[in-house]
Design a protein around this ligand. Structure first.
Ligand SMILES: NC(=O)c1ccc[n+]([C@@H]2O[C@H](COP(=O)([O-])OP(=O)(O)OC[C@H]3O[C@@H](n4cnc5c(N)ncnc54)[C@H](O)[C@@H]3O)[C@@H](O)[C@H]2O)c1
Length: 314
């Protein structure tokens, strides 16, 4: 199917994620049908959509929230919503059996050219779609809570997902204003692999009595996190300097023996080649002189915007 032919989106599951995903598509102008299995859940979903619309109108100056709401139809009529859809995404509970059942039923009911996406945050797409007749058109799209606001969505093709499906979903999500990233079907995808590593590190510090939960959060909220809108963890290593980062890792590994600090071969090879990051204009990325200054300025600007120096004066 061509992206321009997509008019109606169906979201299955109106629990925590479903209403926000529905709103994301509605903001982009699509007609959305949200489906669940009980009326009170749909009533809660409507309330949540109303509250979210009010907030984005007040805080993001997005207008015409009346239209946003009226483009979202909530129903218990599962088969009809699936049969009418030009694109379907499921946001049912993180349970392999439920998801497999839902995806199989979708392929029996929906049109043959319709793409089926799963919002699983952990499960293998290849496993979820095994036993399906048309796994070529099934794909993972892992939205990040709150889905209507977070720009990133990770796209996870399974082993039998077609390239056409991946390209189609990438284009559709771009049209919805998202910044999708494609990831192989590996446990944790990108988001959870990185997020879990950070949270596990923070919890270990609290458990070992190194710092209180408040002190861990103060450090991260006012330091590491502030650079992230301008530079992800890989770009941050370029900023720090690959040699400096490697030196620190080696010391930590020898001192603690913790395998998390074991330097990767990828990092060691780059340092050996002299690719040290911004200072040599080549690290994990290549930079021109202009790009180096731009990245530094962008990081500074992001910090000023979130934690202005003026507002921090006593
Ligand atoms: N909650 C999060 O922060 C988060 C973030 C990213 C991804 N996810 C993923 O999104 C998916 C949904 O998570 P959630 O937190 O919204 O779950 P949830 O339990 O809050 O909501 C799931 C909804 O699906 C409904 N449902 C069950 N069977 C159904 C069926 N056959 N047809 C239609 N609806 C059905 C349930 O009644 C429920 O309302 C999961 O795969 C989860 O891993 C969740």
């Amino acid at each position: 199917m061509n992206i321009t032919e997509v008019k109606k989106i169906t979201v299955l599951g109106m629990g925590t994620m479903g209403p926000d995903i529905a709103l994301a598509f509605s903001i982009a102008g699509y007609e959305v049908t949200g489906v669940d299995i009980e009326q009170p859940i749909l009533a809660r979903a409507r309330q949540r959509i109303t509250t979210n619309c009010r907030q984005i109108m007040e805080e993001d100056q997005l207008e015409k929230t009346g239209d946003l709401q009226s483009r979202i139809h909530l129903t218990l009529d599962w088969d009809r919503a699936v049969a009418d859809a030009d694109y379907i995404t499921e946001a049912v509970p993180e349970n392999m059996e439920i998801k497999r059942r839902v995806l199989k039923r979708c392929e029996e009911v929906c049109r043959k050219e319709v793409v089926l996406a799963s919002n699983t945050s952990t499960m293998s797409i290849t496993e979820l779609t095994s036993g399906m007749r048309y796994p070529r058109r099934c794909i993972g799209t892992h939205w990040i809570i709150p889905a209507h606001l977070s720009p990133s969505v990770e796209i996870v093709p399974g082993r039998r997902t077609s390239q056409g499906t991946t390209k189609f979903v990438f284009g559709l999500l771009r049209k919805v204003g998202k910044r999708p990233a494609v990831c192989k079907d590996n446990p944790g995808f990108i988001h959870n692999s990185v997020q879990v590593a950070m949270i596990q590190g923070a919890l270990a510090l609290v458990e070992r009595g190194v710092a209180t939960p408040e002190d861990v959060d103060t450090m991260i909220e006012n330091g590491f996190a502030l650079r992230l809108p301008a530079a992800g963890p890989i770009r941050i290593v370029d900023l720090i300097g690959l040699d400096a980062f490697l030196g620190g890792l080696k010391y930590l590994y020898v001192t603690t023996g913790n395998p998390i600090y074991k330097p990767s071969k990828l990092l060691e090879d780059k340092v050996q080649k002299g690719d040290l990051g911004l200072k040599t204009k080549r690290g994990f990325y290549d930079y021109t002189e202009d790009e180096v200054s731009k990245l530094r300025r962008e990081i500074d600007r992001t910090i000023i915007k979130t934690k202005s120096l003026k507002e921090r004066q006593p």
